[in-house]
Design a protein. Structure first.
Lengths: 253, 349
């Protein structure tokens, strides 16, 4: 349906044409938005991984009692709506927000730093909002990993770090890949967070599709860029999936 | 004698009770629940608090008000064309009326069935649906930071406001009206928007934030992220009512605005109720109630005397309402897509 609509010149579906696809790739404005969006997803996923992995690691190692508390804290954000969480971040990052007020009070900065409406802000908020999607798969894989393997590594004379890099990390790779796929897909399509924190000047694909469809009433073009966006995300997810398969064979080998 | 009266009263009361109990059930089956569109912010609150109870009192029917922006309403009605529309009463700003008429999404308003229609000031008696209010734009500012009210749009360019000027994306009526006014004062015409984009480019270094939509825009004011920006009279009144430091100043170039109107949707599920609902909005008692703060909805019924915040800056008399400058949407509408596209390109970081 989407593909069919995207191949027509007008919403009434009268003339068949590939013009919308040509327009998309013929104009730097459009394809740079696609590139920015894919890159944004990569950055947010990376930040999520850097912070999420240690959280999952700590959860696994904590005592049973603490483990349930920690897992609850990780899941807690999912229980509130994305809109609410994002608005909370507006309050935190704003000119009068907690971050800026604290920095001003400590004398770190002379005047409020711009955090809202910057890509750094969007990456930060996306990473927090989508964190559970990264932590939970890693947590699942880590807790299933046989602790004897790590003990064996240590018994054979490897230090903590060496054990981590050579044993624990490879074992947890399938979880990392699964978490990355989920986080990535959620980040690139997070319309609410992208528009509320990014504002109108940082244009990403979801906002672009929305404004073409609803603002400019150009449904076929919106359909065309949706198809392009979907394919691009599928390519990334497929690449991650392949990496995941490779890592699984590594684990079983 | 007395027993018979008692029995009669009892029966009557019982019948009334039974009827009352039956009414909602019958209502549902006959579609006497009306679905009406409303705008976010001021409108949604005024409609929920004033219009819905008045409508219930008048017709004994209930109304579900769903918050949808004007161009979203056009899109949804167009998508549902031929079938049952998602709502019975549409609320449009001037430009959407033209779009909706062109696409056959609304029908002519049956004025004969609407007793209050004739009481409207003549310019508001539109055959496609009565104008229920006007929306006026001016310069919004934070009175805590800016002591003297801005007198001209030129003040947005003042270097001392660097990073504190706000704008809103062109998906809102406010955004497009501001761009059109910027164009006009810089010598542009409805067919030549070059002056507006030149002026926009010059303004961008001062701009601290551009709200992606009106909700995000209101948050910018609440968080004092922006101190001076184009804004809409009614939104300012609502925010002020919530204790947000914001005031509106009408520049020397005069107030500009557009009409807001209610319409009967084509193929509406409950057309009779829809007309009753719209007529309730024209009732002088309802309009007088909406004129009170914090709503300050500009009335269109000739029987409602202007008062309150409106008379301080926008219009002292009914004649002044006619002097609020509008735009030629007939010419602007076809360019809307191109303007949005150009605007997004210009502002993108």
């Amino acid at each position: 349906m989407l593909v069919w609509l995207s191949l027509h010149a007008e919403p009434q579906l009268e003339t068949l044409t590939p013009a919308h696809y040509l327009a998309f790739f013929g104009d730097r404005f459009h394809y740079s938005i696609l590139w920015d969006t894919l890159l944004l997803g990569a950055k947010a996923t990376l930040v999520c991984l850097v912070f999420g992995y240690p959280i999952a690691w700590i959860c696994v190692r904590a005592s049973a009692r603490w483990q349930s508390v920690l897992v609850f804290l990780v899941v807690l954000p999912i229980l509130t709506s994305v809109v609410v969480r994002t608005f909370a971040w507006i309050v935190i990052l704003g000119r009068q927000g907690i971050v800026n007020q604290a920095a001003l009070a400590l004398g770190l900065v002379d005047e409020p730093v711009r955090l809202l409406f910057t890509e750094a802000g969007v990456v930060m908020v996306l990473a927090q909002v989508q964190m559970p999607l990264m932590v939970l798969p890693i947590l699942a894989v880590l807790s299933r990993a046989d602790p004897n393997l790590a003990d064996a590594s240590k018994a054979l004379g490897a230090g903590e770090w060496r054990t981590f890099w050579r044993v624990t990390l490879p074992l947890s790779l399938p979880g990392v890949i699964a978490g990355s796929i989920l986080t990535y897909a959620a980040c690139v399509t997070a319309f609410v967070t992208q528009t509320l924190i990014g504002g109108a000047r940082l244009i990403y694909m979801p906002l672009h599709i929305y404004s073409q469809a609803v603002g400019a009433n150009n449904w076929p073009f919106a359909a065309a860029i949706s198809v392009v966006f979907m394919l691009a995300v599928l390519v990334v997810v497929y690449a991650l999936e392949r990496a995941g398969r490779a890592s699984r064979s590594y684990v079983h080998a | 004698m007395s027993t018979s009266t008692n029995r009669r009263t009892f029966l009557a009361a019982g019948a009334a009770f039974g009827a009352a109990a039956l009414l909602p059930a019958r209502g549902w089956s006959q579609g006497s629940t009306l679905v009406a569109a409303t705008f976010p912010g001021t409108w949604n609150e005024a409609h929920r608090q004033i219009l819905a109870p008045a409508f219930r009192k008048r017709t004994n029917a209930t109304v579900t008000q769903s918050i949808i922006l004007a161009h979203d309403q056009v899109s949804r009605l167009a998508a549902a064309k031929g079938g049952q529309p998602p709502f019975d009463v549409a609320i449009f700003d001037s430009p959407q009326v033209l779009d909706a008429v062109k696409q056959g999404l609304i029908v002519q308003y049956p004025a004969a069935k609407s007793p209050h229609f004739k009481e409207l000031l003549p310019q508001f008696q539109d055959k496609w649906g009565p104008v229920i209010s006007m929306q006026v734009i001016g310069i919004g500012y934070n009175p805590r930071k800016i002591k003297t009210p801005p007198r001209s749009w030129q003040e947005l360019y003042d270097p001392k406001y660097k990073g504190h000027v706000g704008l809103t994306a062109l998906n809102s009526q406010l955004g497009i009206a501001f761009l059109a006014e910027l164009n006009r004062i810089n010598g542009g015409t409805e067919t030549n928007f070059e002056p507006a984009f030149k002026a926009l480019k010059a303004l961008l270094p001062n701009v601290g934030a551009i709200g992606a939509n009106l909700g995000a825009y209101a948050t910018l004011w609440q968080q004092e992220q922006i101190d001076i920006a184009p804004y809409n009279f009614n939104f300012v009144q609502t925010l002020k009512g919530r204790g947000v430091p914001v005031e509106l100043s009408i520049p020397d170039t005069g107030p500009v605005g557009w009409n807001t109107s209610l319409h009967l949707v084509a193929n509406a599920a409950a057309p009779e109720l829809a007309v009753q609902y719209i007529d309730t909005h024209l009732d002088p008692a309802v309009q007088a109630e909406m004129l009170k703060p914090p709503f300050d909805v500009i009335p269109t019924n000739s029987k409602v005397k202007l008062q309150g915040a409106i008379t301080q800056s926008i219009a002292k008399s009914h004649a002044d309402l006619g002097r609020i400058r509008g735009f030629d949407w007939e010419k602007l509408n076809p360019q809307r897509g191109a303007l949005i596209d150009r605007f997004n390109r210009e502002i993108r970081i």
